[in-house]
Design a protein around this ligand. Structure first.
Ligand code: URA
Ligand code: SF4
Length: 197
């Protein structure tokens, strides 16, 4: 792991900057390949993640892993993190204050990894990073903002009881890696929404 990411990880582990530090078992720093072309950003750790200190290792994580594996990508090849690094009590949505305070860590992760695309998983990440809502309307789209590309898809947890959404997630992940391949080959990609202009 890069030294700088190691420092962030340690800071997250020790962090007491917001109230979630009082109720968590373990903070959950981002994890994965610091040379990844993509960072996946979820909402917040759940029960399993809080217990083990690793992101997306519960049922939602299995859905994400399965979608990646379908395109021949292993979890270890990518970088996975969350908007907030500590579990909110009863899995409530993290508050705006908690998100604002914690986002400094995500900004640092992004600036070190410099991903070609940030993959937004679900509404909380969509809202926090791009001010958006109603991800199901915008999923599958490529967004540009401040010279950074974002790809939008549903949260893997939303697919647990919804077969249709599993297909959507799988399809989106295929598109995401297709886009990354195009970018690696310096091909033009179609920007669906441009916040830069
Ligand atoms: N849901 C998330 O948003 N993140 C995790 O790490 C696990 C479940
Ligand atoms: Fe720190 Fe983020 Fe955890 Fe709050 S959620 S204590 S800001 S790591």
């Amino acid at each position: 792991m890069s030294k700088k990411l190691q420092v962030i990880k340690q800071n997250v582990i020790e962090c007491v900057k917001c109230n979630l530090s009082k109720t968590r078992t373990n903070s959950v720093p981002g994890k994965g390949n610091f040379k990844s072309n993509v960072i996946f950003v979820g909402e917040a750790p759940g029960k399993n993640e809080d217990k083990n200190g690793e992101p997306f290792i519960g049922v939602a994580g299995k859905k994400l892993s399965a979608a990646l594996e379908k395109t021949g990508i292993s979890r270890e090849e990518v970088y996975i993190t969350n908007i907030v690094k500590c579990r909110p009590p009863k899995n409530r949505v993290p508050t705006t204050t908690e998100r604002d305070i914690c986002q400094e860590y995500l900004k640092q992760e992004i600036s070190i990894i410099k991903p070609k695309i940030i993959c937004i998983l679900g509404n909380t990440a969509f809202n926090s990073l791009l001010g958006g809502s109603e991800i199901t309307k915008f999923r599958g789209k490529l967004v540009r903002k401040d010279n950074q590309l974002y790809f939008l898809t549903v949260h893997p947890a939303a697919t647990i009881y919804n077969q249709d959404l599993i297909k959507v997630l799988n399809k989106d992940i295929v598109k995401l890696f297709h886009l990354i391949t195009e970018l690696k080959n310096n091909k033009e990609v179609k920007i669906d929404i441009d916040y830069s202009s």
